[in-house]
Design a binder for this molecule. Structure first.
Ligand SMILES: [Zn+2]
Ligand SMILES: [Zn+2]
Length: 555
């Protein structure tokens, strides 16, 4: 039996869908009015006779019939007909707060987007800004609303939690004095997404409970643990301890159980635990940085004198978009900001010509941009802008311009943006052909995944990495916190094959450069060494890298 809420949601869905499909406005407006007024009724609709339902404003013959049908079968004919001609992803779009049928119609029919994850991707690439009826503000609201719907499913991106966690710590610091507090678990291990937070602190449990309750947070106390919903939705456990055991508890809750097993952590170790560094030393093990404590092969690749990449070691910023294609800032603004952030070079990679949705550059625009780069370089030296392009990998694996045009770029990021639904074989063939193209310098976001939203096309990572090794192609670690693609788990394999990784922000506005912070965290988690990070090269080294590659490839 359908309850009232289910009936109302079907009536509303029908109203939205029939507006989307340009049906009779009087009809769908009567459904909206009816649903609005029916909401005030507390008794189950099923217990009401026809006369009392008809007395509700807006409930005419067709609404009444619809209600009767929903109650008995769960749907009604007109709704079924509408659903039939609407892709399921478009129905999802109608559920996004702030998107009415009119806007969804434009998104679907004019921009060509028919599902939520593609819409989020498009927003991130500023593709909505120039469409009539949309603007930066609407775009930002849509992103927020989509993010909210994902977190409602119980998972959060690291990047989204970072600010909340820092604010929480700062708030504790302004309230309490002389205490330790540290986030632990998945957060300290820099997992790209997580479904709960753990934090260890020396603040007195009762005082902490009082502090939380004063903020109207409902808490549950279990021994030395306080659990509550952070920001009203994120499961959060705080473990209260004293300063003597703080380090031990932090250690025990950071590494996952496989890591603790791998390093042979036992009950007796806990008795003499002083610090993390000390513990690994006593066990004659290399120190494992928190983000790597996953119980995989971290003991094998942590050998003496390893230097994992650090954010401050990145000297250049590659793969960025300007307003030549779908970026927000001008080429000059992007360059000035990169220079002001002490980067030695910038790689501009706007979209290529077949990326019509992103105003991809035809040959004339490419040459126009190259000319502007030359002019800026003359003024900004020793800072240097490299001429790049994010060339679409077409369905058959070829790149998007003739060899003659391709040869004029300093470097090329080759990425898949279209026809993402493909079998693993097809995806492999497509990528392999692009990797074998002598003009491909970097393979961009290798799987096309969007964390928590879209899993990406399936690829045989080993085959792809092997091909990159054979062809001297660098693999991108796309640093956007929704992508982090290539996945950190494949970095070790790439390194053993001698493949370099480039931590690229894929910035669509100048502030996007800062996403390289998240890329660096993922890179460190995967154990990426500084010497294998392409954009840790200084300007001279990067130029040498490019020219050596050119002569090797004979291009
Ligand atoms: Zn891309
Ligand atoms: Zn891009």
């Amino acid at each position: 039996m359908q309850d009232n809420a289910a009936v109302l949601s079907k009536l509303n869905l029908y109203a939205k869908l029939s507006e989307l499909h340009d049906e009779n406005p009087f009809k769908y407006k009567s459904f909206i009015t009816a649903a609005f007024n029916l909401k005030k009724i507390k008794e189950p609709f099923n217990d009401l006779d026809e006369n009392s339902l008809s007395a509700v404003p807006g409930v005419g013959k067709s609404v009444l019939e619809a209600i009767r049908n929903i109650l008995s079968t769960g749907s009604f004919k007109a709704l079924d007909a509408c659903v039939e001609k609407t892709p399921i992803g478009v129905v999802d779009l109608l559920n996004i707060k702030g998107l009415g049928p009119k806007k969804v119609k434009i998104i679907w029919e004019e921009i060509g987007i028919d599902n939520v994850s593609d819409l989020l991707d498009a927003c991130r690439q500023n593709r909505l800004v120039e469409t009539k009826g949309f603007g930066l503000k609407t775009q930002a609201e849509i992103i927020k609303s989509i993010e909210f719907s994902f977190s409602a499913k119980g998972n959060w991106h690291y990047a989204r939690l970072l600010d909340l966690c820092n604010a929480f710590k700062a708030d504790l610091k302004s309230t309490f004095t002389g205490f330790q507090v540290e986030f632990s678990g998945d957060f300290r291990r820099c997992m790209p997404t997580m479904n709960h937070l753990i934090c260890v602190t020396t603040i007195d449990l009762l005082e902490l409970v009082e502090y939380l309750e004063a903020q109207e947070t409902e808490v549950e106390v279990n021994d030395d643990e306080i659990s509550f919903l952070f920001e009203g939705q994120i499961p959060f456990t705080m473990i209260c301890t004293d300063s003597l055991t703080f380090n031990r508890v932090l250690f025990e809750t950071t590494g996952n159980s496989e890591h603790l097993k791998l390093i042979g952590y036992q009950q007796e170790d806990s008795l003499s635990f002083t610090s993390e560094e000390d513990f690994y030393k006593k066990k004659e093990l290399p120190f494992i940085i928190p983000e790597q404590r996953e119980g995989l092969n971290e003991l094998e690749y942590n050998i003496i004198d390893q230097h994992f990449i650090e954010y401050g070691q990145l000297k250049g910023v590659l793969h960025n978009h300007t307003n030549y294609s779908d970026g927000l800032n001008t080429l000059k603004e992007m360059a000035d900001y990169a220079k002001s952030q002490n980067y030695q070079y910038l790689g501009v990679c706007d979209h290529s010509k077949s990326a019509g949705y992103a105003r991809g550059l035809d040959e004339d625009r490419v040459f126009q941009q190259m000319h502007e780069i030359d002019e800026l370089n003359a003024k900004m030296s020793p800072f240097k802008i490299f001429k790049g392009i994010e060339s679409d990998i077409l369905s058959d694996g070829s790149l998007d311009y003739s060899d003659d045009v391709l040869s004029k770029f300093d470097f090329i990021v080759a990425s898949v943006h279209s026809n993402l639904t493909m079998s693993e074989d097809k995806a492999n063939e497509r990528l392999l052909k692009a990797i074998e193209n002598p003009y491909t310098t970097i393979l961009g976001h290798p799987t096309g995944r969007l964390l928590l939203m879209r899993s990406g096309y399936p690829i045989d990572h080993r085959r792809i990495i092997d091909a990159c090794a054979a062809n001297g192609v660098v693999i991108e670690l796309n640093a956007h916190p929704y992508r982090l693609d290539i996945d950190w788990k494949w970095i070790q394999y790439a390194q053993t094959k001698g493949v370099k990784i480039s931590i690229n922000p894929d910035a669509h506005e100048k502030m996007g450069y800062h996403d390289m912070y998240f890329g660096t965290l993922a890179a460190r988690k995967g154990g990426l060494l500084t010497k294998n990070t392409l954009n840790s090269l200084n300007l001279q080294e990067f130029e040498d890298f490019l020219s050596k590659r050119r002569s090797l490839k004979n291009i």
